[in-house]
Design a protein around this ligand. Structure first.
Ligand code: PSU
Ligand code: MN
Length: 317
């Protein structure tokens, strides 16, 4: 069993395994705008020390827009919604942080483990805690090697069953984007292009694939959320696909070149499972001389800003 006494499982301590920070609890009680933020991008998606700076910056962006940030992570067997400054630092710096998808939550809580939450685990915990808006970089999806590996991110199936609005720059371009869009359609996940009729390409402003619906203001997004509530259909996510500004995107030719190399390296090194996405992101950062990292950060910042504006608008309805 874990050494840390606070890491004892909930049936021994009698404490609930999900902890809302005081700030988050108050904001929920007063129906103030909240934005959920994931932690895998911090612990596994960005290099140190930029990751901690980014984690702090993202929370600050939410506050500046008038909403409350709720970064989500599992620490010593408890799922935290809203982190203190020390906890945020731990997520960014503790090399022992695991990567937790939705299916990993129960064992992590039961065994007193610590880990960062992916889109699937974050969406689940956010929705269960009553949060409605979530911002990230790019969703997981169908990997290009799907026909041999059957690697499809657990993000997709969880989003198909969870009522939450996710602001992102589409899905990571390391994926098979058309196949992922097809899966989202099959799974009944709503997709809105924000200010665009093209699905964004994560590092790139456009993946070249069309989207069926375009919205142009936070108010229009709030109206869609409202209509979904009125329809009262089975729970599913709404994706607000927000492109990285063109002047901050990765050069498309460099992107294609570096990606081909990254995919090849992944195959050659026999990287599989949860390690695939962090491997590809890191390889791209190296191969593009850091340019992919800048595009990634620009995308995430834009998404967090937009999510906060949507949350502020939604809190007025
Ligand atoms: N977006 C980013 N960087 C990331 C991720 C998203 O800009 O690192 C993470 C998210 O947590 C997402 C995960 O859920 O990558 C997908 O991993 P996988 O393909 O193993 O499901
Ligand atoms: Mn995977």
């Amino acid at each position: 069993m874990p050494q840390n006494p606070s890491a004892r499982p909930s049936w021994e301590t009698g404490r609930h395994p999900t902890v809302l920070s005081e700030e988050v609890r108050e904001a929920l009680g007063e129906q103030r705008p909240l934005v959920a933020l994931e932690s895998t991008i911090i612990s596994h998606g960005l290099p140190r020390p930029r990751n901690l700076d980014t984690a702090r910056e993202l929370e600050e962006l939410v506050r500046k827009a008038g909403a409350v940030p709720a970064t989500i992570a599992v620490l010593d067997g408890r799922a935290h919604v809203g982190l203190s400054a020390d906890q945020l630092e731990r997520v960014a710096e503790d090399p022992g942080m695991r990567k937790l998808g939705h299916r990993d939550l129960a064992p992590a809580l039961a065994l007193g483990a610590s880990g960062a939450t992916t889109v699937s685990a974050t969406s689940f915990l956010a929705a269960r805690s009553g949060l409605e808006i979530f911002a990230t970089g790019g969703l997981g999806g169908v990997h290009r090697a799907w026909t041999t590996t059957q690697d499809e991110s657990a993000d997709l199936r969880l989003l198909a069953r969870t009522g939450i609005t996710v602001v992102c720059s589409g899905v990571k371009s390391i994926l098979d984007v058309p196949a992922t869009l097809q899966r989202l359609e099959t799974l009944g996940v709503g997709v809105l292009g924000y200010g665009t009729d093209r699905f964004p390409g994560f590092y790139l402003s456009s993946s070249g694939e069309p989207v069926d619906w375009t919205v142009r203001t936070p108010r229009e997004v709030a109206a869609v959320i409202r209509a979904r509530r009125e329809l009262d259909g089975p729970p599913s996510a709404l994706i607000v696909a927000n492109p990285v500004p063109e002047d901050e995107q990765l050069d498309p030719a460099l992107h294609d070149r570096a990606l081909a190399g990254a995919l090849e390296a992944c195959r050659e090194n026999g990287v599989t499972g949860q390690a695939v996405t962090p491997f590809l992101l890191e390889h791209l950062t190296r191969e593009t001389g850091g340019a992919s990292l800048e595009a990634n950060l620009a995308a995430v910042r834009g998404n967090v800003r937009l999510a906060a504006l949507i949350a502020v608008e939604w809190a007025r309805w």
